[in-house]
Design a protein around this ligand. Structure first.
Ligand SMILES: [Zn+2]
Length: 66
């Protein structure tokens, strides 16, 4: 089993690029058992989504102005 540190790195990478099946499996297996990493994954995905929504909103506003 991978360490929490290794899993959090994979979780962060997974936000920006597609992980390999093997990487996704190890993350999945780890978060099944580790609440801390599960919370980290949920929070990261939430923040990423919120940030994207904010940028999209900002871009559409700027687009309307120009
Ligand atoms: Zn963990």
């Amino acid at each position: 089993m991978r360490s929490c540190r290794a899993v959090s790195v994979l979780v962060s990478q997974g936000l920006d690029k597609k992980l390999s099946l093997r990487e996704r499996c190890s993350v999945w297996l780890h978060v099944m058992m580790c609440t801390r990493c599960r919370n980290f994954q949920t929070q990261s995905q939430f923040i990423r989504k919120a940030a994207r929504r904010y940028t999209d909103d900002l871009q559409s506003r700027l687009g309307k102005k120009s």
